[in-house]
Write a protein that binds this ligand. Sequence first.
Ligand code: MRU
Length: 348
Amino acid sequence: MTIPVSILWNQDQLTILNQQKLPHVIEYIHLDTIEAVFDAIISLKVRGAPAIGITAAYGLAIGASQFSAEKLEDFQQELHEQYIYLAGSRPTAVNLFWALERLMKKAETAKTVEEAKAILLAEAIAIHKEDEEHCRKIGEYALSVLGDYRNVMTICNAGSIATAKYGTALAPFHLGAEIGKEFHVYACETRPVFQGSRLTVWELQQSGVEVTLITDGMAAHTIQAKGVQAIIAGADRIAANGDSANKIGTLGLAILAKAFKIPFYIAAPSSTFDLNLADGTQIPIEERDEKEITHIGESRIAPEGTLVYNPAFDVTPNEYITGIITEKGIIYPDYQKNIHNTLGEQIG
Ligand code: MRU
């Protein structure tokens, strides 16, 4: 049983698992240009907040390695343009901007073009490595809060393939499998693009975790009928007061958790917090192509001319969240105060 990984940096080459093709085809593809990285992010070949950040960081480093500028000033100008370009790929996951800004800041310290190129790549590798360590810690903390629970529900894929390794919301299940702690995971299929059925079910099967697939509309009944004991989800951006954006459908699960009096946890690394935003109303919500809803694959499932609203994310207000599990520990209400105390110095 193995925990799948989706991003590899090997012999100066970036390789990703093409998540668009899962679960039917396991295809690893090379991304050799910044344009290929942009396309991979926008088309969901790589997706999940931390994975987007890591891939974008490599993308900027790859792009910069191909600049022809000889003067540092010209190099920095081109770097800025490419940073703006990559930052335009997806709007909600703050890890994208966090990773790119981290590289831009480091590049400012370079004294030569060659040094800048080396610094950018080293920083991308550091972000990649740190994310794996952070996800493992999140998994350990999550295991401790889930205690003896067996039946746990999740949505989307906040898994190993959405990060460097282990995942956030799925990390406790992978670590549990390693130590013989058995979970039964209820995975919401996650309309419209099925990250739950295509990715989470596949990923958990790879590491030997028991998983049952349900459609999103079955969540309430499943909690009631199957004795779901907790819900855990990832996040794309968490505001300073704990309001958390995640895949569309997460808010509904949080409301259900409150109604059924079971805990609802968000699991995310510190790179997913945006302390510049006071609350979740300021989080930009991506709206995607209506075809994701009117079609399944190439088959149309709604009449021509159907009006469509397709927000990719929703925001769960902090009062629905039992705790936010980070690599620095578990943050409980009062979120405003405790997020600042736990993360403020690093990020604020
Ligand atoms: O549109 P996606 O597939 O990129 O959305 C991903 C999610 O909503 C994840 O839950 C989130 O990014 C956390 S990944 C550890």
